[in-house]
Design a protein. Sequence first.
Length: 261
Amino acid sequence: MGKVAWITGASSGIGEALVHEFVARGATVIASSNDLDELERVKAECGSKSMMVHCVMFDLADTSEINKTVEQIVSKFGRIDFLLNIGGISQRARIDETPLWLDRKIFEINYFGTIAFTKAVLPFLVRQQSGHILATSSITGRFGFPLRSAYSASKQALHGFFETLYLENKKNNIKVSVIIPGRVRTAISFHALDSKGKEHGKLDDGQAKGILPKQAAEIIIRGIRRNRREILVGKNELIMLYIRRICPWLFFRIADKIKSM
Protein backbone atom coordinates (compact mmCIF):
# COMPACT_ATOMS: atom_id res chain seq x y z
CA MET A 1 0.00 0.00 0.00
CA GLY A 2 2.82 2.42 0.87
CA LYS A 3 0.40 4.86 2.50
CA VAL A 4 0.13 6.58 5.89
CA ALA A 5 -2.94 5.82 8.02
CA TRP A 6 -3.79 7.53 11.32
CA ILE A 7 -6.17 5.52 13.50
CA THR A 8 -7.79 6.68 16.75
CA GLY A 9 -9.16 4.18 19.23
CA ALA A 10 -6.23 1.99 18.16
CA SER A 11 -5.58 0.35 21.53
CA SER A 12 -8.52 -2.07 21.35
CA GLY A 13 -11.43 -3.41 19.33
CA ILE A 14 -12.00 -2.29 15.76
CA GLY A 15 -9.19 0.28 15.94
CA GLU A 16 -6.67 -2.35 17.01
CA ALA A 17 -7.83 -4.72 14.27
CA LEU A 18 -7.46 -1.96 11.69
CA VAL A 19 -3.86 -1.35 12.78
CA HIS A 20 -3.08 -4.97 11.89
CA GLU A 21 -4.98 -4.81 8.60
CA PHE A 22 -3.23 -1.64 7.40
CA VAL A 23 0.21 -2.84 8.46
CA ALA A 24 -0.38 -6.16 6.69
CA ARG A 25 -1.04 -4.18 3.52
CA GLY A 26 2.21 -2.24 3.80
CA ALA A 27 0.92 0.99 5.29
CA THR A 28 2.67 3.08 7.91
CA VAL A 29 0.25 3.42 10.84
CA ILE A 30 -0.01 6.16 13.44
CA ALA A 31 -1.87 4.51 16.30
CA SER A 32 -3.60 6.79 18.81
CA SER A 33 -5.67 6.44 21.98
CA ASN A 34 -5.53 7.61 25.59
CA ASP A 35 -3.79 4.39 26.71
CA LEU A 36 -0.11 4.36 25.75
CA ASP A 37 0.60 0.97 27.34
CA GLU A 38 -2.09 -0.69 25.25
CA LEU A 39 -0.88 1.08 22.11
CA GLU A 40 2.60 -0.31 22.74
CA ARG A 41 1.07 -3.77 23.15
CA VAL A 42 -0.72 -3.46 19.80
CA LYS A 43 2.54 -2.34 18.19
CA ALA A 44 4.47 -5.27 19.67
CA GLU A 45 1.85 -7.72 18.43
CA CYS A 46 2.53 -6.58 14.87
CA GLY A 47 5.75 -8.60 15.19
CA SER A 48 8.23 -8.11 12.39
CA LYS A 49 6.18 -5.18 11.08
CA SER A 50 6.02 -3.36 14.41
CA MET A 51 8.45 -0.71 13.11
CA MET A 52 5.65 0.42 10.79
CA VAL A 53 3.51 1.39 13.80
CA HIS A 54 4.06 4.70 15.59
CA CYS A 55 2.21 5.26 18.87
CA VAL A 56 0.87 8.76 19.53
CA MET A 57 -1.14 9.19 22.71
CA PHE A 58 -3.95 11.72 22.96
CA ASP A 59 -7.36 11.90 24.56
CA LEU A 60 -10.41 12.79 22.47
CA ALA A 61 -11.85 14.45 25.57
CA ASP A 62 -8.99 16.98 25.55
CA THR A 63 -8.02 18.24 22.10
CA SER A 64 -6.18 21.37 23.27
CA GLU A 65 -2.89 20.07 21.82
CA ILE A 66 -4.31 18.37 18.72
CA ASN A 67 -3.19 21.01 16.19
CA LYS A 68 0.36 20.85 17.50
CA THR A 69 0.31 17.05 17.42
CA VAL A 70 -0.99 16.96 13.85
CA GLU A 71 1.67 19.43 12.68
CA GLN A 72 4.39 17.26 14.24
CA ILE A 73 3.07 14.10 12.59
CA VAL A 74 2.73 15.68 9.15
CA SER A 75 6.22 17.15 9.47
CA LYS A 76 7.60 13.71 10.32
CA PHE A 77 5.74 11.57 7.78
CA GLY A 78 5.12 14.09 5.03
CA ARG A 79 1.49 13.16 4.41
CA ILE A 80 -1.63 11.45 5.72
CA ASP A 81 -3.58 9.26 3.33
CA PHE A 82 -6.19 7.77 5.65
CA LEU A 83 -7.69 9.30 8.77
CA LEU A 84 -9.80 6.77 10.66
CA ASN A 85 -11.81 8.21 13.55
CA ILE A 86 -12.56 5.01 15.46
CA GLY A 87 -12.30 6.13 19.10
CA GLY A 88 -15.42 6.89 21.11
CA ILE A 89 -17.51 5.99 24.16
CA SER A 90 -20.95 4.48 24.65
CA GLN A 91 -23.69 4.82 27.26
CA ARG A 92 -26.03 2.67 29.35
CA ALA A 93 -28.46 5.02 31.12
CA ARG A 94 -32.04 6.25 30.78
CA ILE A 95 -32.65 9.88 29.81
CA ASP A 96 -34.33 10.70 33.12
CA GLU A 97 -31.30 9.50 35.11
CA THR A 98 -28.61 11.02 32.87
CA PRO A 99 -27.32 14.39 34.15
CA LEU A 100 -26.58 17.05 31.56
CA TRP A 101 -22.85 17.00 32.34
CA LEU A 102 -22.78 13.37 31.20
CA ASP A 103 -24.53 14.22 27.90
CA ARG A 104 -21.86 16.88 27.38
CA LYS A 105 -19.04 14.46 28.19
CA ILE A 106 -20.25 11.91 25.66
CA PHE A 107 -20.61 14.61 23.01
CA GLU A 108 -17.17 15.98 23.87
CA ILE A 109 -15.57 12.63 23.06
CA ASN A 110 -17.74 11.26 20.25
CA TYR A 111 -18.55 14.45 18.38
CA PHE A 112 -16.30 17.36 19.32
CA GLY A 113 -13.19 15.21 19.77
CA THR A 114 -13.74 13.61 16.38
CA ILE A 115 -14.40 16.81 14.47
CA ALA A 116 -11.54 18.65 16.20
CA PHE A 117 -9.14 15.95 15.03
CA THR A 118 -10.63 16.01 11.53
CA LYS A 119 -10.43 19.82 11.30
CA ALA A 120 -6.79 19.73 12.39
CA VAL A 121 -5.89 17.25 9.64
CA LEU A 122 -8.12 18.63 6.86
CA PRO A 123 -5.88 21.55 5.73
CA PHE A 124 -3.01 19.14 5.06
CA LEU A 125 -5.25 16.87 2.98
CA VAL A 126 -6.51 19.87 1.02
CA ARG A 127 -2.90 20.90 0.41
CA GLN A 128 -1.93 17.45 -0.87
CA GLN A 129 -5.23 17.22 -2.82
CA SER A 130 -5.92 13.68 -1.68
CA GLY A 131 -6.92 11.61 1.32
CA HIS A 132 -9.72 9.54 2.79
CA ILE A 133 -11.41 10.51 6.07
CA LEU A 134 -13.57 8.01 7.94
CA ALA A 135 -15.74 8.51 11.01
CA THR A 136 -17.35 5.81 13.13
CA SER A 137 -21.06 6.11 13.78
CA SER A 138 -23.33 3.22 14.82
CA ILE A 139 -26.62 1.76 13.69
CA THR A 140 -28.00 3.69 16.68
CA GLY A 141 -26.58 6.74 14.94
CA ARG A 142 -29.42 6.22 12.47
CA PHE A 143 -32.20 5.76 15.03
CA GLY A 144 -32.87 6.20 18.72
CA PHE A 145 -32.44 3.28 21.08
CA PRO A 146 -33.10 2.73 24.83
CA LEU A 147 -30.24 3.64 27.21
CA ARG A 148 -28.29 5.34 24.39
CA SER A 149 -29.77 8.85 24.22
CA ALA A 150 -26.53 10.89 24.25
CA TYR A 151 -24.58 8.20 22.42
CA SER A 152 -27.18 7.95 19.67
CA ALA A 153 -27.45 11.75 19.38
CA SER A 154 -23.67 12.22 19.21
CA LYS A 155 -23.40 9.62 16.47
CA GLN A 156 -26.30 11.11 14.51
CA ALA A 157 -24.52 14.47 14.64
CA LEU A 158 -21.49 12.91 12.97
CA HIS A 159 -23.56 12.04 9.90
CA GLY A 160 -24.48 15.67 9.33
CA PHE A 161 -20.90 16.83 9.77
CA PHE A 162 -19.21 14.24 7.59
CA GLU A 163 -21.78 14.33 4.80
CA THR A 164 -21.17 18.09 4.64
CA LEU A 165 -17.41 17.47 4.73
CA TYR A 166 -17.74 15.22 1.69
CA LEU A 167 -19.82 17.70 -0.28
CA GLU A 168 -17.44 20.58 0.46
CA ASN A 169 -14.26 18.67 -0.31
CA LYS A 170 -15.10 16.47 -3.26
CA LYS A 171 -13.42 19.13 -5.40
CA ASN A 172 -10.23 18.61 -3.35
CA ASN A 173 -10.16 14.89 -4.18
CA ILE A 174 -10.85 14.04 -0.54
CA LYS A 175 -13.00 10.98 0.08
CA VAL A 176 -15.25 10.73 3.14
CA SER A 177 -16.92 7.65 4.59
CA VAL A 178 -19.02 6.93 7.67
CA ILE A 179 -18.60 3.52 9.27
CA ILE A 180 -21.87 2.16 10.70
CA PRO A 181 -21.22 -0.82 12.99
CA GLY A 182 -23.92 -3.00 14.43
CA ARG A 183 -22.87 -5.65 16.92
CA VAL A 184 -19.10 -6.11 17.13
CA ARG A 185 -17.47 -8.07 19.96
CA THR A 186 -15.40 -5.29 21.49
CA ALA A 187 -15.00 -3.80 24.96
CA ILE A 188 -17.26 -0.83 24.17
CA SER A 189 -20.03 -1.99 26.51
CA PHE A 190 -17.50 -2.53 29.32
CA HIS A 191 -16.43 1.11 29.09
CA ALA A 192 -19.91 2.52 28.40
CA LEU A 193 -20.93 5.13 30.97
CA ASP A 194 -23.80 4.67 33.39
CA SER A 195 -25.88 7.46 34.92
CA LYS A 196 -23.09 8.37 37.33
CA GLY A 197 -20.37 8.39 34.70
CA LYS A 198 -18.99 5.04 35.87
CA GLU A 199 -18.15 2.15 33.56
CA HIS A 200 -20.95 -0.30 32.73
CA GLY A 201 -18.41 -3.07 33.31
CA LYS A 202 -19.90 -5.97 31.39
CA LEU A 203 -20.36 -7.36 27.91
CA ASP A 204 -23.93 -6.98 26.69
CA ASP A 205 -25.64 -10.18 25.51
CA GLY A 206 -26.35 -8.81 22.06
CA GLN A 207 -22.81 -7.60 21.60
CA ALA A 208 -21.42 -10.97 22.68
CA LYS A 209 -23.10 -12.43 19.58
CA GLY A 210 -21.50 -9.87 17.28
CA ILE A 211 -18.79 -10.31 14.68
CA LEU A 212 -15.13 -10.24 15.68
CA PRO A 213 -13.13 -6.98 15.37
CA LYS A 214 -10.96 -8.59 12.68
CA GLN A 215 -14.07 -9.27 10.58
CA ALA A 216 -15.21 -5.69 11.11
CA ALA A 217 -11.81 -4.36 10.02
CA GLU A 218 -11.87 -6.49 6.87
CA ILE A 219 -15.32 -5.13 5.97
CA ILE A 220 -14.05 -1.57 6.51
CA ILE A 221 -11.02 -2.17 4.29
CA ARG A 222 -13.31 -3.45 1.52
CA GLY A 223 -15.50 -0.39 1.96
CA ILE A 224 -12.47 1.89 1.63
CA ARG A 225 -11.36 0.15 -1.55
CA ARG A 226 -14.84 0.53 -3.03
CA ASN A 227 -15.11 4.14 -1.83
CA ARG A 228 -18.36 3.49 0.04
CA ARG A 229 -19.71 6.63 1.66
CA GLU A 230 -21.46 4.44 4.23
CA ILE A 231 -19.79 1.21 5.35
CA LEU A 232 -22.21 -1.14 7.11
CA VAL A 233 -20.51 -3.51 9.57
CA GLY A 234 -22.34 -6.37 11.22
CA LYS A 235 -24.80 -9.21 10.59
CA ASN A 236 -28.56 -9.61 10.80
CA GLU A 237 -29.01 -6.59 13.10
CA LEU A 238 -28.29 -4.30 10.14
CA ILE A 239 -31.76 -5.07 8.81
CA MET A 240 -33.02 -2.64 11.47
CA LEU A 241 -31.68 0.21 9.33
CA TYR A 242 -33.92 -0.79 6.44
CA ILE A 243 -36.94 -1.50 8.64
CA ARG A 244 -36.59 1.97 10.23
CA ARG A 245 -36.51 3.58 6.79
CA ILE A 246 -39.23 1.57 5.09
CA CYS A 247 -41.58 0.60 7.91
CA PRO A 248 -41.17 2.91 10.94
CA TRP A 249 -44.08 1.45 12.95
CA LEU A 250 -42.52 -2.02 12.77
CA PHE A 251 -39.13 -0.64 13.82
CA PHE A 252 -40.57 0.88 17.00
CA ARG A 253 -42.36 -2.36 17.85
CA ILE A 254 -39.14 -4.37 17.43
CA ALA A 255 -36.87 -1.83 19.17
CA ASP A 256 -39.16 -1.87 22.19
CA LYS A 257 -38.50 -5.58 22.62
CA ILE A 258 -34.73 -5.71 21.96
CA LYS A 259 -32.69 -5.73 25.17
CA SER A 260 -29.34 -4.70 23.67
CA MET A 261 -27.94 -3.45 20.37
